[in-house]
Design a protein around this ligand. Structure first.
Ligand SMILES: NC(=O)c1ccc[n+]([C@@H]2O[C@H](COP(=O)([O-])OP(=O)(O)OC[C@H]3O[C@@H](n4cnc5c(N)ncnc54)[C@H](OP(=O)(O)O)[C@@H]3O)[C@@H](O)[C@H]2O)c1
Length: 284
């Protein structure tokens, strides 16, 4: 098995490569310095030369608010880039795993979304990630789509690092309490991804740590585990206007994993504890 990973300079791609290496699976981590996924010719050339059995596609335009003003670039990366990689995979007969998002859903109700529930993205980012899913499906049957949420890992910026930094500076912080979802630790998701690509259980999955919380609850736990005294004041999304609308309900059902016989991930609380250990000496 030989695996090409995109988005190696980002949070998830970095840990997917680490996980593959720990399993002694031959792999290459790629990013913009290797090829630009929006360049079809370059993508196909690089991929053909490496000739992987599977592509794990973690590269994306992930600046959710910026995307509202830069739809063209966002679409080029998330839709055209994903189509290019899926085309390259299908030409080689390789599998492709595309990482998608909870933002493909509209966020209504309070029940966890099932993988076949209707999608209704509220933002440019969410729409382009969904179109990226469709582009992958159009080019090959050998696809896995893994929708994840609220990602945190060692290699890059994320909510946990921001909270720890702000916690060192402020006594109180306002954090939204009406968006509910699951924080997801990249080494845990990387394990799920590597388990999946070893199979032929193609299809769409949800991959997040277990249990649900609000951003405010997540922030409070970060402060506790990070030894910060900062008080978290819960506020409504309407009191924290952002360029892009976010779904209020980001709960993702993991029944799809049970049906496929794939292990669920540990709880987000357990994952956050391990992340704090990983961060020790890094920035706190
Ligand atoms: N972060 C989250 O909370 C979250 C939530 C749900 C789903 N997801 C999905 O999970 C996946 C991984 O997210 P992440 O947080 O690891 O993302 P990330 O840290 O932003 O990393 C994305 C990587 O893709 C690279 N990239 C962007 N445009 C490219 C291009 N044209 N060609 C080649 N590489 C390019 C970026 O390079 P530069 O930095 O140089 O631009 C970056 O290294 C993405 O598919 C994302 O949509 C993320």
């Amino acid at each position: 098995m030989k695996v090409l990973v995109t988005g190696f300079n980002g949070q998830l791609g970095y840990d997917v490569v680490k996980e593959l290496e720990s399993r002694q699976i031959e792999c290459i981590g790629t990013d913009l310095q290797d090829f630009d996924i929006t360049d079809r010719e370059a993508t196909i050339k690089f991929t053909k030369e490496y000739s992987p059995d599977a592509i794990v596609h973690c590269a994306a335009y992930t600046a959710v608010d910026r995307a509202e003003d830069d739809e063209e670039t966002c679409r080029r990366v998330n839709v055209d880039g994903s189509a290019n990689l899926a085309l390259a995979a299908s030409q080689l007969g390789a599998k492709i795993l595309y990482v998608s998002t909870d933002y493909v859903y509209g966020g209504e109700g309070e029940e966890p979304f099932e993988v076949n529930d209707p999608t209704a993205p509220k933002s440019v980012y969410g729409r382009t990630k969904l179109e990226g899913e469709d582009a992958v499906k159009r080019h090959t049957d050998k696809y896995f789509i893994v929708r994840t949420s609220w990602v945190f890992g060692i290699n890059g910026n994320n909510f946990v690092k921001t909270m720890l930094r702000l916690g060192a500076e402020r006594d109180e912080l306002n954090v939204v309490c009406d968006q509910i979802g699951s924080p997801t630790y990249t080494p845990d998701l990387a394990r799920l991804i590597c388990d999946l690509i070893m199979t032929e259980k193609y299809g769409t999955y949800h991959g997040t740590n277990e249990n649900f919380c609000s951003w405010a609850e997540f922030a409070a736990m970060i402060m506790t585990l990070g030894g910060r005294k900062t008080k978290i004041n819960p506020i409504l999304s309407s009191q924290y206007p952002a360029k892009a609308a976010r779904p209020l309900n980001s709960r993702l059902s993991k029944a799809c994993l049970d049906r496929a016989g794939i292990d669920r991930l540990p709880t987000w609380q357990n994952a956050l504890g391990r992340y704090m250990e990983e961060l020790k000496g890094d920035l706190i």
